[in-house]
Write a protein that binds this ligand. Structure first.
Ligand SMILES: C[S@@+](CC[C@H](N)C(=O)[O-])C[C@H]1O[C@@H](n2cnc3c(N)ncnc32)[C@H](O)[C@@H]1O
Length: 266
């Protein structure tokens, strides 16, 4: 079937749906993208119209999750925007009182690269101080990948040699061509499905929250609500880190700006 055959009114239904669920705003420039991403689900169900697929979603919760998974953009990589990890290592960690557990949340962690990058930095720099990381995302498809901790070899790019040697295992047998995050590190990282567009579950308080490269999909009001929710989970003195192309300008009064894209709760 031709991807372009999604009608304006059917596109508007999906647009509204993903906004209501995830807070993601899609302009009509995303019409072809939506049609393309959902086309194989229509094929799978033998449907020839996006409107029928939309009706099916209201009856099938699993299919709804699949559609949400397909409509989210999950691009990520290890040590993305590396200055944030330098800041974590050089400025945040040395100030942390030894012995008190250090907790980090990678909110919108996608397939886990961000959470495991943080884990490598903590493992290499926190000594005997206990630490833990929560990775969360709305998409269950990416959370499954994150849990497995198995990545194609080409995704190694960006991981410093020393971290590679210390925390990554080369796949053998059926895993040839992939690498695995060492189970010792994997055990310290927990993944959970959390929708940032809804009231948050009880996850405790964190020393650092990473909210990177997800606000670009939100309108100002959604951003404001998401940031307000997350700030309730940041301990006083804790750091809030957003993507380099994002900013909390006017969104989080009371936060100190430490550097572009790095904020601190007084
Ligand atoms: C582009 S990835 C960013 C991954 C990582 N933080 C990084 O910077 O590399 C954006 C992620 O946000 C997730 N996402 C979108 N809306 C969300 C929501 N309402 N709640 C939780 N996660 C959401 C998507 O599923 C996707 O995996």
């Amino acid at each position: 079937m031709d991807n372009a055959s999604i009608s304006d009114s059917d596109f508007a239904r999906f647009q509204q749906m993903i906004f209501n669920i995830a807070g993601i705003s899609m302009t009509s420039a995303k019409k072809a993208l939506v049609a393309g991403r959902l086309a194989r689900r229509l094929k799978h169900h033998g449907l020839d119209c996006y409107g029928e697929y939309f009706k099916l979603l209201s009856r099938q919760q699993d299919e709804m999750q699949m559609a949400v998974d397909l409509l989210t953009t999950n691009e990520t990589y290890f040590f993305r925007e590396p200055k944030h990890f330098d800041f974590l290592r050089d400025t945040i960690l040395p100030k942390h009182p030894p012995g008190r557990p250090f907790r980090v949340w990678s909110a919108a962690s996608s397939s886990g690269e961000e959470a495991y990058t943080i884990a490598m930095v903590l493992a290499d720099n926190l000594g005997t101080t206990p630490w833990e990381i929560l990775g969360s995302d709305l998409s269950t498809r990416v959370l499954e990948k994150a849990l497995a901790g198995l990545y194609p070899m080409e995704r190694l790019r960006g991981i410093p040699q020393a971290s590679l040697r210390a925390h990554c295992l080369k796949g053998v047998g059926s895993q040839t061509g992939s690498f695995l995050i060492d189970p010792v590190l994997r055990r310290r990282v927990r993944f959970e499905q959390i929708n940032l567009n809804e009231p948050l579950p009880n996850v405790g308080e964190f020393d650092v929250i990473f909210l990177r490269n997800v606000m670009i999909y939100f309108q100002t009001e959604t951003k404001r609500q998401v940031v307000a929710r997350l700030l309730t989970k940041l301990r006083p003195g804790g750091y809030f880190i957003v993507g380099h192309s994002e900013s909390l300008n006017g969104l989080a009064e009371g936060l100190e700006t430490i550097a572009p894209s790095i904020y601190r709760k007084p």
